[in-house]
Design a protein. Structure first.
Ligand SMILES: [Mn+2]
Length: 314
């Protein structure tokens, strides 16, 4: 792996003709916004760019449009760009051995990135979208209002509306510049946070009433059982964990969503507890204050394993 800067990343993209873009499994706003903007920017430069996406866009990200449709084809390409992920196994592609071209990672997660050919990687950035914006500046890509909106959505979601610990000045500066280029924060917030369905609200009430507290209330767990998910058809539980984090004594918040195949675990922390280390130990990944895992076990087993793995110093 060669660690590179935005200059070299721009040069690699400039010299490639056909480029495949891939994000991580369970793609979030930063991942999807970066994928959309990257594709549009490369196409504007005359490149043949496609996005590999295993599932259709979630309702709240549909504003990103038809350009991000479900696509399970891996075309011939000179370069693969892995966005918003530090590891091959987190790529939304099933078997990474299917990728035969060099892979450029553009990412802001902690981790080695050693499996990639090149990595433009800065874990001091609050969103992958900030790195994509930097590369575009080097490539002199003209950012359209829609691309600006996609990049803004990436920064907004990964900073939890500019309040997370990782929100530095550069996120605000970039957001301002993207507004100048046509991003509309109010519109984007309406899509991302205002696309809840009645089923989502019912699922939220169910999850909230499941609250369990451990270790002097420092660990808060919310959960949704499989039966509920089946009945209400895949409720959007991504942000539920924030309710548990916002409890006054919570240090670590956990949201468990049981699906047919596995338990999806969302982890959040306050005051410095490193949940990415817990996630990594159990086969997931993420950032110090926000991480995720897919666990192949029952809800109760997942709970037990997580509690065994979250220990405070005192
Ligand atoms: Mn991200």
């Amino acid at each position: 792996m060669e660690k590179i800067g935005a200059d070299k990343a721009a040069a690699l993209l400039d010299s490639a003709e056909e480029i495949l873009l891939i994000g991580h499994t369970d793609p979030d706003g930063d991942c999807l916004g970066s994928l959309y903007a990257m594709k549009a920017g490369l196409v504007s430069k005359g490149k043949k760019a496609s996005v590999y996406l295993r599932k259709p866009l979630p309702l709240k990200y549909r504003f990103l449009g038809d350009e991000l449709e479900k696509n399970a084809e891996i075309p011939e390409c000179d370069l693969v760009v892995a966005l918003d992920t530090p590891q091959l196994k987190r790529l939304d592609i099933g078997d990474p051995a299917r990728l035969k071209s060099p892979i450029l990672a553009i990412d802001h997660h902690p981790g080695e990135h050693s499996e990639f050919s090149y990595a433009l990687w800065d874990d001091g950035k609050s969103a992958c979208a900030l790195l994509v914006k930097e590369v575009f500046q080097k490539m002199a890509v003209a950012i359209t209002p829609k691309m600006a909106g996609a990049l803004y959505a990436g920064i907004m979601t990964d900073t939890n509306c500019f309040v997370n610990q990782n929100t530095e000045r550069d996120a605000f500066v970039a957001a301002g510049e993207l507004m100048d280029l046509g991003a509309r924060p109010n519109e984007i917030a309406k899509y991302v946070y205002g696309s809840l369905t009645p089923g989502d609200i019912l699922a939220l009430s169910k999850a909230l009433s499941s609250l369990e507290l451990y270790d002097r209330d420092r660990i808060a767990i919310l959960s949704l059982k499989k039966e509920w998910q089946d009945e209400h058809n895949d409720a959007d539980t991504e942000l539920f964990v924030n309710y548990a984090r916002n409890l006054i004594n919570t240090e670590v918040a956990i949201m468990l969503t049981e699906t047919k195949e596995s338990v999806r675990v969302n982890l959040r922390s306050k005051n410095g507890f490193d949940v990415s280390a817990v996630a990594k130990r159990l086969g997931g990944g993420g950032h110090k204050p926000a991480a995720g895992i897919r666990m192949k076990c029952s809800l109760e087993e997942a709970k037990k394993i997580l509690l065994e793995n979250i220990k405070f110093d005192d």
